[in-house]
Design a protein around this ligand. Sequence first.
Ligand code: PLP
Length: 376
Amino acid sequence: MTDRAANEENHAFPHPPVYRFTSGIYQDYQALERASKDLLKQHYPRYSRFGTPMTDAVEHEITRLEGGYGSLSTCSGLAAITSVLMTFLRPGDHILLTRTVYEPVHRFVSTFLHQLGITATFLTSAEFSHCDDYLTDKTRLIYIESPSSNIFEVTDIGAVAVQARQKGIMTVMDNTWSTPVLFNPLQHGIDVVIHSASKYLAGHSDAVVGIITTTEQYYAPIRQYLMNAGICAGGEESSSLYKGLKTLTTRLKNQRETAHRLIAFLLAHPAVETVISPHLTSHPDHETYRKYYQYSNGLFSFSVRNTSSTRRDAFLSQFRTVKLAYGWGGVDSCLIPFTPSYTSNDDPEWLFFRVSVGLEDGDILIAEFSSALSKL
Ligand SMILES: *Cc1c(COP(=O)(O)O)cnc(C)c1O
């Protein structure tokens, strides 16, 4: 089938097909030659590691949602992050990062980047508002995750972008919490945006996949890195992501509303010590959040007094609908214990849990939390 016939046929179906292939087939020598010369996204070499009709469709849609120049798919959110860092950092460089960044990023920076002679300073959201104070003449890149993992520190993105641009330092943001529906970093001066699409974007806990969206300046270097390092996304995962995007806004709205109900219940419960969400006025970064956000998502954390491991286990054993699981952003509610990374060691007094609200009926979730909390 010619390209045109394939394209025309695709218009008759709601989803792009998943082509299963390694090498694509060229019609003639000229087509082959054209592809081998164009390493960007026009006539790229027909080998599925360099892209497929499915990854192209996903990238096109995320680019539209984020308002960027182009997007690039990776096999995971973490691979998207490490690829961007590896594309631009060189021995001797210094970077600034969010203190409460997704933990594997912290580990990558303090092990592998450290071995390459790249130094890092981790900042709180408050420190980021005067990040000028932490820049050195070696600072090459600023990496922000906001709202950050588990405790949702919100960084003043606009303030950081202005300071970085003045000094010619590139900015990278992990926008996984927000999805392109709640916040678009490129519109606030950020250069490169990363999503773990494994969370809300794919949204059904069935795919690990990542995506990078950039301004024009940074697109080609990242594309070159991914092609040379062999980092790509699978067709099935990209297909899950493509379908997930169609319901993203509706899922987020529903999950946010249920989360608000559950948060109100927890705030009124005597066994609950704190609820952590940037949407609450009690959150230290609530004002910064208000500056950039209209809506939150279905994610929040809470703490209870740690009376005994027996009671903790009894508490957890009450959950049926809510699963004990690390992932978040799916249609199934789940919770996971965590240790806030700003305390040095396990604080024995409090137990912290992060909750990701799914699409179940809110009454069922509240009933489950109610019965679990009665065991504490
Ligand atoms: C899960 C997560 C990642 C990593 O994504 P994977 O797709 O699991 O590799 C990166 N950043 C944040 C904020 C995450 O929650």
